[in-house]
Design a protein around this ligand. Sequence first.
Ligand code: IMP
Length: 433
Amino acid sequence: MPAYAVIGGQWGDEGKGKIVDFLARDSQYVVRYSGGNNAGHTVLNDMGKFALNLVPAGIFWPHVTCIIGNGVVVDPEVLLKETQGLQDRGVDTSRLFVSDRAHLIMPYHVALDVLEEAARGSRAIGTTGKGVGPAYVDKVARIGIRVGDLLHATDEGTFLPRLEHVVEQKNAIITKVYGGQPISVKALYQSCLEWGERLRPYIRQTEVILQDALAKGEKVLLESAQGTLLDIDHGTYPYVTSSSPSIGGAMTGLGIPPQAIQGIVGIFKAYSTRVGAGPLVTELDDEVGNAIRDRAWEYGTVTGRPRRCGWFDAVAARYSNAVNGFTSIVLTRLDVLDGFSPIKVCVAYRRDGQTIDRFPTNTLELERCEPVYEEFPGWTEPTASAQRLDDLPRGARVYVQRLEKLIGAPIDVISTGPKREETVTIRPIFAPR
Ligand code: IMP
């Protein structure tokens, strides 16, 4: 049962979109298991440049079936707009399916996300404002409305009372706690009817499709969104997203057993970025950080916000590897570091005069940590577009080898540019190991 998970090893934006698109060539399924349209996956291929928020990055390969799993929260307007946008550019979306168990992001979730953030003031998380957190809250509170429910929206006797109950509750919070504008249940009910009709061709019991595919030995790529350090349990709580991007989330977010997983691929950028609030020990609040941001165009795909940039944090990366058990690492955006000298890697933290190599649980503790750096001379020759390990300058190879040792898992692939062919494969991800 060959399933391979592709997981963000850091704070998201590691370049998973390109890698999923690249690996999808040899896969039959690409499936998203967590998050929502807070994610932005950029894919550059023969058809052009695409920014995907919900649709899995395998959609560009005609032989690939794409699935949005039950662990994803789906804003129906966003999904319909994204599929329409893809169709308008000649991409076939008839191979896309969405789980009937996936929860919906409703307009009241978006309203609450924005209002709650504003009320947090200086303690704001810096959410993407897409309603993701409030939608997961309702899922856990057992008042969520699922994609499959839309198919029964015409059944006024059961669907409407549920909707009325939840909208009444949300409106009380929106208006009485935050002084916001109430949501019209009548208008929302009409939208639900329309969404049900328009999404009908996509809605399936997707765990059954996947379980059958795995039983037949078909290759399934599990695409995470965000990154391990934003995981609701294992990330830098409370500065996290509300889902489980790490490997555990793939099982619950799809309904497949752990034995199906043959490989767990960690995607790491050659440096660190973070968007939104929360600790980033290696943050560079100086011209080096600005230079990385400008060269790599580190601005959020979803919100356009500048990303905070810093050196590679090997303490965090080791922790991420311990949580996920990576069988392969893909190192992305190595070319961004071309010409930087020195290049630094954080190998331990200093806190209150003590050196620690463990990633702390407590955010306040993490905020007090200072990076202990190891320095590398860097390289002057370009690595951009390299396709073979031998094409990389010696300084770059030394850097990669050291990161591999520090993370504790093999770097099998290095990405040297946004295009599919700008990739160095040291050992194929799907090779038996
Ligand atoms: P939310 O997921 O919109 O609730 O935002 C929670 C935190 O996760 C914020 O710091 C966001 O900036 C961050 N975040 C959410 N999605 C992404 C992503 O795809 N890449 C990077 N950061 C993200």
